[in-house]
Write a protein of this length. Structure first.
Length: 81
């Protein structure tokens, strides 16, 4: 780089903030007067879920874990006399 080159202009990364007419008190109180036009997220209110997922099937590891965690009846030891 040479000394005669001007510095690069400042660049903005991402989306630049839009100016709005909403006052700071309305923003802090979340008054939806003019906030409705700014939607950051898609409107998913009309979407409907189709059914549910089936219940999970047991695996070999889960079956072994259940058998290990079951309480076993204690056996009485007999002492021969």
């Amino acid at each position: 780089a040479t000394d005669n080159e001007p510095p690069p202009p400042p660049t903005t990364f991402g989306i630049q903030t839009k100016k709005t007419k909403v006052s700071m008190t309305e923003l802090l109180r979340c008054i939806p007067s003019e906030l409705d036009e700014e939607m950051d997220y898609p409107d998913l209110s009309g979407m409907k879920r189709k059914g549910r997922l089936p219940p999970a099937k047991s695996t070999k590891a889960s079956r072994v874990l259940v058998t290990c965690r079951e309480e076993r009846p204690e056996e009485e030891e007999t002492f021969p006399m």
